[in-house]
Design a protein around this ligand. Sequence first.
Ligand code: ADQ
Length: 483
Amino acid sequence: MNKTIIVSNRLPLQIKLNNDKLEVVPSVGGLATGLKSVHADGNGIWIGWSGLTEEELDDNLKSLVKQAVKKEKCEAVSLTQDDIDNYYLGFSNKTLWPLFHYFMEYTEFEHEQWQAYKRVNEKFAEVVLEHIEDGDTVWVHDYQLLLLPKLIKDKKPNTSIGFFLHIPFPSYEIFRTFPWREEVLDGMLGADLLGFHTYDYERHFLSSVKRIMRLEVNFNEISMADRTIKVDSFPMGIDYNKFHNAALAHLNQDESQKSELQKRLDDHIQSDADTKLVLSIDRMDYTKGIPNRIRAFEYFLNKYPEFKEKVRLIMLAVPSRSDVPQYKKLKRETDELVGRINGQFATVSWTPIWYYYRSMPFENLIDLYTSSQVALITPIRDGMNLVAKEYIATRTNGHGVLVLSEMAGASKEMNEALLINPNNFEQIADTLKIALEMPEAEQSRRLHILQKRLKRYSVEKWADEFMSSLNSTKKYRETSITR
Ligand code: ADQ
């Protein structure tokens, strides 16, 4: 029986090492949820890095990890600390991530890191090739594994290979600056189906394929000597019911069930019913526009002083890649900006920004989503942005306004949000005022449309559509062979 192999940089598991004892916790993230049915189907497996380097594991632990991940239908790719430094923290996060998000000034082109990237993609290929058989399907995820489709296709041409990019694909003018542009495109073109979040990313990719690889592109198909590759957009959704139902349950909580955070939020609401909460949640990443948002909020308080003591920004930033210098700099800048604005505007009874730099459990995310009248999401560039969608899914009381950057992929399907340019402070300030003053009927009207759309195009549906499109390329190949 044919199977499906999912491949991503990290396995959907958290493996913790406590005094030589292993603890394995399955991840509850969006991607793991979306792919649950694909993964659970038949004898499907998920291949990726376990999160522990070879140096951290002796032979005994290595075999324990192997057994533990196998139980979850996974296979671990073994990586050294040097691989992680050069392939993951290096090439993936210092070259591809900034380049694909248009941060040219942060992009490093280091030959040694490129070599590590190639070497690690080959390590992934080895593990895939150990498990794959003719007729199987492989779904490769994201920018850490751009070379993998071709490494598999060359050895196993009779398999179906899909690739999905979770971040933007940049325009040709950006991509052409990349020293290894041919190799990377060639690697991606090993796939039979290439998926992107938006039509724009798809278009950018096709334009680079045409101009750099000089291949024939017809609408969304690329003609190769031996086969046709399909390119399409699949905007990723969320586990809508999970967020919506958690928010409904939250409405009916009694006092004893409330978290400490919720009690603090309730105190805030009770102390002044007119004071509104504006929420932002992101990974601490320079693409997310965190300093811009704080500066725009400062501009807002100066331009509309009547909102002083009437609005509070709650900013949750989850630590991320904190070993990379640009991320350290961003953290410092954010701390300073928050300190400066709170120092400048705070009164005895009011602090304008509540800032949390940590990860929070799901229950607390729901506390924040359900307590905030406005979500202010201002990335400079973002492949999709699931936080925007999660906020909408949790607004079960029919109120709430989303202010969203037009640079987030999510903006393409969320026209009923208030869209802003994240570099235009005046526009953000004016839009925030509109959001805070929006009549409830108008809030409900917009929410209703957004919720209906998000519910229909959930993360499960996203995975189904990708898989059926990949299956159709397989059928097409089979019929062209018989023809
Ligand atoms: P990310 O850049 O990680 O993902 P995003 O889409 O916003 O960004 O997803 C973040 C997820 O982490 C959300 O589900 C959110 O609930 C959770 N989260 C954020 N802050 C948290 C905190 N402090 N505590 C706990 N959880 C937190 C990449 C791309 C995106 C793309 C996704 C999916 O950069 O553009 O939308 O992949 O393809």
